[in-house]
Design a protein around this ligand. Structure first.
Ligand SMILES: NC(=O)c1ccc[n+]([C@@H]2O[C@H](COP(=O)([O-])OP(=O)(O)OC[C@H]3O[C@@H](n4cnc5c(N)ncnc54)[C@H](OP(=O)(O)O)[C@@H]3O)[C@@H](O)[C@H]2O)c1
Length: 245
């Protein structure tokens, strides 16, 4: 089997929502899925559900805001697999409602959101990159959002112009910038790094008014997780369409 058909894939925040559905779809393609969740019982519950559907799923406790948890997770993956083929940085947090303003969103909310969406994502990637480098075809998928697009937020004609949630949107812009910088650093290697906008998806975060179901919401991550050698790197995608940074 080629490295693209039987991969070891880690998904953060895989106990529910888009992460769990991404685990299901990639697992059904035959990959081994490390189901990472900050709560051990939630990780185990997701693994039980996926295993009953025939997925080779393994539980992993990983709180992306804890340096000790990240170090322990990296150690366990190294011992068990010796490499990581795909890292999907899916865990995310949104505290604010629509319309929460740049001028008044409490600094504590900015800190909490950045702690998970930015510092957590960066710390997990830094800790696991040595294992991704051991894969023949490493792939990293960073869950961003169309709300992280500076170009679209600045354009009064764009569909997201009035969907402003200052701290969350800015955290996803930071994820995009991290993606671009990592791609530059990894040029000349087989590793591909892309940012994903899953769509506005019915999950606990997206809410029930979201137009997209979770099956379609997982598709962008699934595609980027298993890109062939001639696939893109350094892009910002929704499904297979490129979004402006
Ligand atoms: N839904 C949308 O419309 C939408 C749109 C654009 C982008 N996104 C992005 O897509 C990703 C998944 O979103 P979702 O809609 O599936 O959200 P969700 O249903 O709220 O799930 C979020 C996941 O992240 C986990 N998480 C939060 N903080 C964590 C931490 N410190 N350590 C580890 N895991 C943590 C949660 O774990 P717990 O269960 O323990 O809380 C949960 O598993 C996020 O990055 C989000 O920003 C979503």
């Amino acid at each position: 089997m080629s490295t693209l058909s039987k991969r070891v894939i880690l998904i953060t925040g895989a106990n529910k929502g888009i992460g769990l559905e991404t685990a299901r779809q990639l697992g059904k393609e035959g990959h081994t899925i490390i189901v990472a969740a900050r709560d051990e019982k939630k990780a185990q519950a997701a693994v039980t559900e996926l295993s009953q559907e025939g997925v080779d799923a393994r539980p992993l406790v990983l709180d992306v805001t804890s340096a000790a948890s990240i170090a322990q997770a990296a150690k366990e993956i190294e011992q068990q697999f010796g490499k990581l083929d795909t890292l999907i940085n899916n865990a995310g947090l949104a505290l604010e409602g629509w319309g929460s303003k740049a001028s008044t969103t409490p600094i504590d909310d900015w800190r909490k959101i950045y702690e998970t969406n930015v510092f957590g994502l960066v710390a997990v990637t830094q800790a696991l990159l040595p294992l991704v480098k051991k894969s023949e075809a490493g792939r990293i998928v960073n869950l961003s959002s169309i709300l992280g697009s500076l170009a679209l937020h600045a354009d009064p004609k764009s569909p997201i112009y009035d969907f402003k949630a200052a701290a969350y949107d800015s955290s996803k812009s930071a994820v995009n910038q991290f993606t671009i910088h990592l791609v530059h650093e990894l040029r000349g290697t087989p590793i591909k790094v892309n940012a994903a906008h899953p769509g506005w998806v019915k999950t606990d975060m997206g809410g029930q008014d979201a137009p997209m179901n979770v099956v379609d919401g997982a598709k962008t991550s699934v595609w980027l997780a298993t890109l062939p050698a001639d696939g893109p790197t350094g892009g910002f995608f929704h499904l297979q369409d490129q979004l402006p940074w």
